[in-house]
Design a protein around this ligand. Structure first.
Ligand code: ADP
Length: 615
């Protein structure tokens, strides 16, 4: 509004100045010059006419011998020249007048105050242009003193002739000049107002479109009529809007493509600007940075709390122009167990401003597998070392000099055999575990009667149970239940659990095996009265080589792999295995439980549950 008022004021002022310099001043000057010229010429003509009358008067002395004759001569001559001739005494009293009868002359006012009379008296000739009291038209007066003659006293002769029409017109123009000027000013004021409104409306139409473009609305158009003054401006704005809309759409599509590529990447990606502030993060990085959405505009150090990474980013950003060719590599640890290979590459924009792209490649799994492999090698070496050392010792003793007696030799060979058997079992267990982990043999789940499998397993453990007089209490239904598994592998699970039960049970105790059906699965329980397993060990006993107490490892046949094998078999058949045990010493013993699907459950091979676990 303020702008439009200012614009209107400026437009009005411009119009007025234009009016002043283009019309008022020239016209005023022209009128003034014309007026002065015409006046001077009219006065000159009147003086000439006056002189002409005086010349006539000189040639007709009889006409001015007395005032009566003079009156008649003036009336006749004035009528002929269309001029008023007045004979004025030197005191200003009118003596004769061509246009006034003799009887009325004494009633006339004194002419002593008339400008032409006073000028004539003072300078010899006097002129004036004005409207007489009874005149309709403007009159030109000229007066000159004359000596008189005969009965006519010395006097001043005055001629009054009508002024030229042009002078009359100019006089009228002068009188109305101010009104004309005021009218012109008012008209130009309203013209400026009208024009400014017109321009404002057109400007508003254009600014409405630009505002819409700012608010991402590209559908609006100016739509001026082709006859409109601003039609070319309107079409240009429309064209510009269409162009911007096209460009924005292209940029949006490109952005979506880039986002799709970035978000489809498994690697986390972060883009940094010249000030080392995060500009873009992809979806994969959300798994690394908890509040990835809030990380924009912050520095890597603030969101990942890793000084090494931060320094590397700064180093890449501050490097010279050759930096883009040499990406920076480093390995960082985020959180407790996540390890990333990080690549930082320089990425300058079109204007040469430096930027960087940081790619996070998660190698936590590789690292974990590496650790597992190292642990495995260490464990196997450790497990084999004890029996091997023993074998070596006894073999050396047997070969030493003097040789031991036969009985000692026999007992030594027994020890060597026992250790060898232990190593053979361990190698067998390891091979079986490797096969289970690799799923080398295809799973062929079949309906298996668990009671048969338990009987077979117990038979295999009998030699272990007999010396301790441990009894089996088989509470499984004989024929009603079938589970979906492999018979041989189910026997193996029962056997491992029974062997542990026998191994850790006291003499003459009872091993109880029962089952229940829960939600389509059969849950088996193998309970013994042994020492039990403390809470903190319960999850870990299923790991390879894990033993609760180290001295238990010396028990015959203990490899630390049995429960791990059980877990792999059960999980391969979509089951689960766990242990329940009150605190050791409380006399509660240990209960191992595992679940397997009933044989009417779907037989498809299950890949996800527990398949990735390596104990
Ligand atoms: P091992 O061959 O040593 O028995 P397992 O994997 O079968 O290996 O068992 C791992 C460990 O779990 C054993 O060393 C033992 O410490 C503990 N354990 C297993 N079964 C029992 C049980 N019935 N009672 C007490 N501890 C047990």
């Amino acid at each position: 509004m303020q702008d439009s008022v200012t614009f209107r004021f400026r437009l009005t002022l411009s119009f007025w100045l234009l009016l002043l310099f283009a019309a008022i001043l020239p016209s005023w000057y022209l009128c003034h010059r014309l007026y002065a010229e015409i006046r001077a010429e009219a006065k000159e003509n009147a003086v000439l006419q006056l002189r002409f009358v005086l010349a006539l008067m000189d040639r007709r002395p009889e006409a001015v011998q007395d005032l009566e004759h003079l009156q008649n001569w003036l009336a006749e001559t004035g009528g002929r020249f269309n001029a008023r001739l007045t004979y004025i005494g030197r005191n200003g009293d009118v003596l004769c007048d061509s246009h006034v009868p003799s009887a009325a002359i004494p009633n006339l006012d004194s002419f002593s105050g008339r400008p032409e009379f006073t000028q004539a008296m003072e300078h010899g000739t006097g002129t004036d242009i004005r409207k007489g009291r009874f005149d309709v038209r403007l009159q030109v007066f000229a007066a000159q003193p004359i000596p008189g003659g005969g009965a006519a006293p010395p006097a001043v002769l005055r001629v009054a002739v009508p002024a030229p029409h042009a002078l009359e017109l100019l006089n009228g123009l002068y009188a109305n000049y101010l009104y004309l000027l005021a009218a012109a000013l008012i008209v130009t004021f309203f013209l400026a107002r009208f024009l400014s409104n017109l321009i404002r409306r057109s400007a508003e139409a254009v600014s409405r479109i630009t505002r819409a473009v700012v608010e991402d609305d590209y559908a609006q158009r100016v739509r001026f009529h082709p006859a409109h003054e601003f039609y070319p401006l309107g079409t240009s704005v429309d064209e510009m809007t269409r162009h911007i809309a096209g460009t924005v759409q292209w940029i949006t599509e490109e952005k979506h493509k880039l986002e799709a590529v970035l978000n489809g990447m498994q690697e986390g990606v972060m883009v940094l600007d010249a000030a080392c502030r995060i500009q873009i993060v992809n979806r994969a990085l959300s798994g690394v940075i908890p509040d990835a959405a809030f990380s924009l505009g912050r520095r890597p150090l603030e969101v990942l709390v890793n000084l090494e990474l931060h320094d590397a980013c700064l180093q890449v950003l501050s490097a010279g122009g050759e930096a883009p060719a040499t990406p920076h590599f480093l390995q960082i640890e985020i959180g407790r167990d996540r390890v990333f290979d990080v690549t930082i590459a320089r990425l300058d924009d079109e204007d040469g401003n430096p930027g960087a792209i940081v790619v996070f490649h998660d190698i936590s799994n590789l690292k974990r597998l590496e650790r597992v492999r190292q642990d495995f090698v260490a464990n196997v070496s450790h497990e084999l070392r004890t029996p091997l050392t023993s074998i070596k010792g006894y073999a050396e003793t047997l070969l030493s000099d003097p040789k031991p007696d036969l009985q000692t030799e026999h007992s030594f060979l027994q020890v060597i055999l026992k250790n060898t058997n232990h190593m053979v079992k361990m190698v067998d267990d390891l091979l079986q575990l490797a096969r289970l982990e690799a799923r080398a043999e295809p799973l062929k789940p079949q309906p298996v009667n668990p009671s048969d499998a338990l009987a077979a397993a117990w038979k295999a453990c009998f030699s272990l149970a007999e010396p301790k007089r441990v009894r089996l209490e088989d509470l499984l239904p004989k024929d009603e239940i079938r589970v979906s598994a492999d018979y041989g592998q189910l026997v193996q699970v029962f056997r491992n659990l029974l062997e542990n039960g026998i191994r850790y049970s006291p003499q003459e105790s009872v091993l109880e095996v029962s089952c229940k059906v829960e939600g389509g699965k059969v849950v088996f329980s193998i309970h013994d009265n042994g020492p039990g397993i403390a809470k903190q060990h319960q999850r870990r006993v299923f790991e390879r080589f894990y033993r609760v107490e180290k001295h238990r490892g010396t028990l015959a046949g203990s490899t630390g792999l049995g429960l791990s094998i059980c877990r792999h078999i059960v999980e391969n058949y979509r089951g689960r295995i766990w242990v329940r045990s009150p605190d050791p010493g409380s006399g509660g013993g240990t209960t191992f439980q595992f679940s397997l699907p009933g044989s009417d459950a779907p037989q498809d091979r299950h890949e996800s549950e527990g398949s990735g676990h390596i104990a």
